[in-house]
Structure formats: structure tokens, C-alpha cells
Design a protein around this ligand. Structure first.
Ligand SMILES: NC(=O)C1=CN([C@@H]2O[C@H](COP(=O)(O)OP(=O)(O)OC[C@H]3O[C@@H](n4cnc5c(N)ncnc54)[C@H](OP(=O)(O)O)[C@@H]3O)[C@@H](O)[C@H]2O)C=CC1
Ligand SMILES: O=C(O)CCC(=O)C(=O)O
Ligand SMILES: [Mg+2]
Length: 441
């Protein structure tokens, strides 16, 4: 079954001309409700977005929403988890917004979220992390956390190129490594029957069952390219220049994964030098954009990922714009979100700055245990919508959303996640929090 999309009447497409987004007064914006808590959150968020636009432009502008299907709703209605029409709509209408989509662990479908990012080549996952006054946080000085994550969105081990243990594909790869890279094959600890021999001895020593040692090795590939790194780091430094940021930090594990994560760091510095005229600072490896160039004074530095994850707790003020690879970016976004009071208000965008395509979405997932309870915080999708409005150039409406969020949090009428940590708070439902945001605009 296919999905028949009927564009809403009175709406027009957003387009891009010579690199500049052309946004009509009544743009058609496709939305995906999402799985789990997605529908609750979307119902609450769309009211906030519409209210902000109505208040800012008194009817002169409006968003013409067009539902497109993905995830469980799509599968139930069309037999397809990510129908072609959905991807095509996101392509045709340029700017869209989505709720979270489920990805099963271990088997089943691959991530639809990752698929959308890859199909539309949305190479930047942009996740700003800032503290809202009054939000309860596990750290002492959450106001010092003010970072913008640029996460590479199309490569790395996250691209999903991996083969299950025992399949012909993984066996073929094992054979290939054994024949071609004999020394490295030794590092695949249990890659052959011979090498699995002492497994049996160990099993006997702990009284385990006597059976032949299986050769079971799942194998994944981790592509990290110059071009992928260049467009990501270029976007991050350009953003830092536009926003007057102090630094851009390349976060990597390049001491261990030298030719993927280490290359990301080296290429990052190369981009800083070749595109922005950066020079080594005190003999390197850190760089600085010198006087006379746009962004003069911005420091380009790097840090190893594990050290970074402790320093965001101990020295967050030292970090500003973060450029990193796909998997690191995933971990870092949730960790930083926690520092400012949680994943419930962590927004994001997946963007291709050349084609203009952008899909806005929260950092969190479907939180399935809360599905259909009208309970969770809709702040993440509301703020993703705020990012979308700003991307469209509708800054007055975006500003109203920030005002509304500040007001709703200050009133201490908040969803369960904040209420359980905030003194004197009253717990409200997801939909009621949205009412509070609208009332405070
Ligand atoms: N972009 C996307 O579509 C994403 C999809 N996913 C998918 O989502 C599914 C579930 O993933 P899971 O690991 O449980 O992670 P989730 O982010 O869905 O949930 C983890 C926990 O985060 C808290 N949380 C999440 N959303 C909210 C919210 N809106 N308000 C308040 N608290 C919230 C809850 O914490 P508590 O229990 O403390 O109340 C929840 O139990 C998986 O299939 C995963 O693949 C995951 C991330 C992104
Ligand atoms: O695609 C998924 O299910 C998870 C994605 C995710 O965690 C993220 O992009 O932050
Ligand atoms: Mg994640």
C-alpha cells in the first residue's frame, strides 16, 4: 500500500535560491508524529508552534502542516516503515519536523532516523545545549553549560555497515582479513576455531557445558572520510564565526582509533587552516584564527572523548562549539542534556547547509513506557520547532517560544521530569505544560 499525500490548500513550498532559503508566508511543512510518546508530544508542540506564529504575525503567516508517515504508524497503514513518499516529501518541501522513531535492539529494522539522515544527506546533527533558568539539574553550576554540538551525521560506525556473527558476510570478511591482513587477524581474538580453543578449557574450568567453541564474530565498519569531516568542521567553524563563539573543540578518540578519529582531528585542523586561515597556537596542535580574518581570536582545539566527558562536568565553561563524529556526538548529546536538566527539553536539527534540507527532531527517543499517558516533557520538540522557525527566518515567533518556555518553567507548573527534582513544583501533564508555554508567550 502506498501513502497518498494531499498537500494542504493555501500552502506553498519552501525553496532555496542561490543558497538562500525562500520561505513563503504559508509554507507547507511535513511532520512525522513519531512512535511511543511521539503523538502526545507532537499534539502538544504543534499547538505551541501555531500559537507563536499566530501571535507574532497576526495571521499574515501560518504553517500548513502535512502529516507524512514513518515508523509504526507507517508500517500499520502501508506495510512500510519509511515509505518513499515520506522521504520524497521531506526532499520536496525542504524543511520538516519529526517525533522520535523506535529502533529495536539487536535485530529487526535498522534505524529509520539514521536512514532519513543518510537519504537526505543531512550531514550536520545540530544540538544546542543551554540551561533554562530554574530547571533542576544534577550539576552545581548548570548555567556554565552553553555548548552547540555539531555531530557528523552520515558516517562512522553509526552508518550501520555491520554483519551479524555467523552470516556468510561476516565469514567472508573474516576470511578476507585472515588472508590479506594476517597480523590484524590475530587481533580478532576469537576469529577462528584454532584461536577459540582455550575457550573450551576456560569453560571447563568454570564448570560450563562441554560443546565445541563456536566462531561467532559480528563485524562492523567505521568509515570516516576527509570530505565528511570537512563539511562538518567547516559548518561548525562558520557557525562559531557567525555567533561570535570563543572556541571550536574537535572531540575524538584519535589516540586509539588513529586513522578514523585521529584523522578527523588532523583534518579538522587542516580545514581550520585552509578555509579560515587559522595558525598554530603556541606551537600547536591548537590553532587560532588570527587578527584580520573573520572570526579572529576563535581557538580551534581538540580533546580526547573520555577526558571531554569528565570535563563537561568539571570545567564546562571551557567549551563552546563542539565538532565530533557520529557515535561520540550521540553519547555527548545525552550527557550534556543531562547536565542542563535533562533530555526532556533537548532539541535538535539534522541539516544539509548546501541543499537547505533540514529535519528538526528532539535528542531523546520514544520513551515507550510513557506512551499515551500525556505525561512527558514536550519541551524538546517545542524547542526543535523553535530552531525550525529560526532556520526559516521567523525569529519573532521563535523568540516568543523562548519567552513561553521561560515563563512556563518559572511558574513551576512542569512535567514529571522537572517536578520530581524541583522544589515547590506542581506536576502537570504534557498538554498542560504546552498550555503554560502558550500562556506565557
Ligand atoms: N531520533 C530518534 O528518533 C531517537 C530514537 N530513539 C529510539 O527510542 C527508543 C527508546 O530509547 P531509550 O533508550 O529508551 O531512550 P529515550 O530517550 O526514549 O528515553 C530514555 C529516558 O529519557 C527520559 N525521557 C525521554 N524523553 C523524555 C521526555 N520527552 N520528557 C522527559 N523525559 C524523557 C525518560 O527518563 P526517566 O525514565 O528517567 O523518566 C526515559 O525513560 C529506542 O528504540 C531508540 O532507538 C532514541 C534516541 C533518538
Ligand atoms: O535512531 C535511533 O533509534 C537512535 C538515534 C539516536 O539516539 C540519536 O540520534 O541521538
Ligand atoms: Mg541519541
Amino acid at each position: 500500500m502506498t501513502q497518498t499525500l494531499v498537500p494542504p490548500s493555501g500552502g506553498e513550498k519552501i525553496s532555496i535560491v542561490n543558497g538562500a532559503l525562500q520561505v513563503p508566508d504559508h509554507p507547507i511543512v511535513p511532520f512525522i508524529e513519531g512512535d511511543g510518546t511521539g503523538p502526545d508530544i507532537w499534539r502538544a508542540s504543534v499547538r505551541v508552534l501555531d500559537a507563536a506564529v499566530a501571535k507574532a504575525y497576526a495571521g499574515a503567516r501560518s504553517i500548513k502542516w502535512m502529516e507524512v508517515l514513518a515508523g509504526e504508524k507507517a508500517f500499520n497503514q502501508t506495510g512500510n516503515w519509511l515509505p518513499d513518499e515520506t522521504v520524497q516529501a521531506c526532499r520536496d518541501y525542504l524543511v520538516s519536523i519529526k517525533g522520535p522513531l523506535t529502533t529495536p535492539v539487536g535485530g529487526g529494522i535498522r534505524s529509520l532516523n539514521v536512514a532519513l539522515r543518510q537519504l537526505l544527506d543531512l550531514y550536520v546533527c545540530l544540538r544546542p545545549v543551554r540551561w533554562f533558568d530554574g530547571v533542576p539539574s544534577p550539576v552545581r553550576e548548570p548555567q556554565k553549560v552553553d555548548m552547540t554540538i555539531f555531530r557528523e551525521n552520515t558516517e562512522d560506525i553509526y552508518a550501520g555497515i555491520e554483519y551479524a556473527a555467523g552470516t556468510p558476510e561476516s565469514k567472508l570478511l573474516l576470511e578476507f582479513v585472515e588472508k590479506t591482513f594476517a597480523r590484524d587477524f590475530d587481533k580478532i581474538r576469537f576469529g577462528s576455531e584454532k584461536k577459540s580453543g582455550d575457550w573450551q578449557k576456560r569453560l571447563e574450568s568454570i564448570g560450563g557445558p562441554a560443546r565445541p567453541a563456536p566462531v561467532q564474530v559480528g563485524i562492523g565498519l567505521k568509515p570516516v572520510s576527509y570530505l565528511g569531516t570537512e563539511r562538518l568542521v567547516h559548518s561548525a567553524i562558520s557557525y562559531a564565526i557567525r555567533e561570535g563563539s570563543k572556541s571550536v573543540t574537535l572531540v575524538h578518540k584519535g589516540n586509539i582509533m588513529k586513522f578514523t578519529e585521529g584523522a578527523f582531528r588532523d583534518w579538522g585542523y587542516q580545514v581550520a587552516r585552509e578555509h579560515f586561515g587559522a595558525v598554530e597556537l603556541d606551537g600547536g596542535p591548537w590553532h587560532i584564527i588570527p587578527d584580520g580574518k573573520p572570526g579572529a581570536g576563535i581557538v580551534i582545539k581538540d580533546v580526547i572523548a573520555d577526558a571531554f566527558l569528565q570535563q563537561i562536568l568539571t570545567r564546562p565553561a571551557e567549551y563552546d562549539v563542539i565538532a565530533t563524529m557520529n557515535l561520540n556526538g550521540d553519547y555527548i548529546s545525552d550527557a550534556l542534556a543531562a547536565c542542563v536538566g535533562g533530555i526532556g527539553i533537548a532539541p535538535g536539527a539534522n541539516v544539509n547547509y548546501v541543499s537547505g534540507h533540514a529535519v528538526f527532531e528532539a535528542t531523546h527517543g520514544t520513551a515507550p513506557k510513557y506512551a499515551d499517558l500525556d505525561k512527558v516533557n514536550p519541551g524538546s520538540v517545542i524547542l526543535s520547532g523553535e530552531m525550525m522557525l529560526r532556520y526559516m527566518g521567523w525569529t519573532e515567533a521563535a523568540d516568543l517560544i523562548i519567552k513561553g518556555m521561560n515563563g512556563a518553567i518559572a511558574s513551576k507548573h512542569v512535567t514529571y521530569d522537572f517536578a520530581r527534582l524541583m522544589e515547590g513544583a506542581t506536576e502537570v501533564k504534557c498538554s498542560q505544560f504546552a498550555d503554560g508555554v502558550i500562556a506565557a508567550m
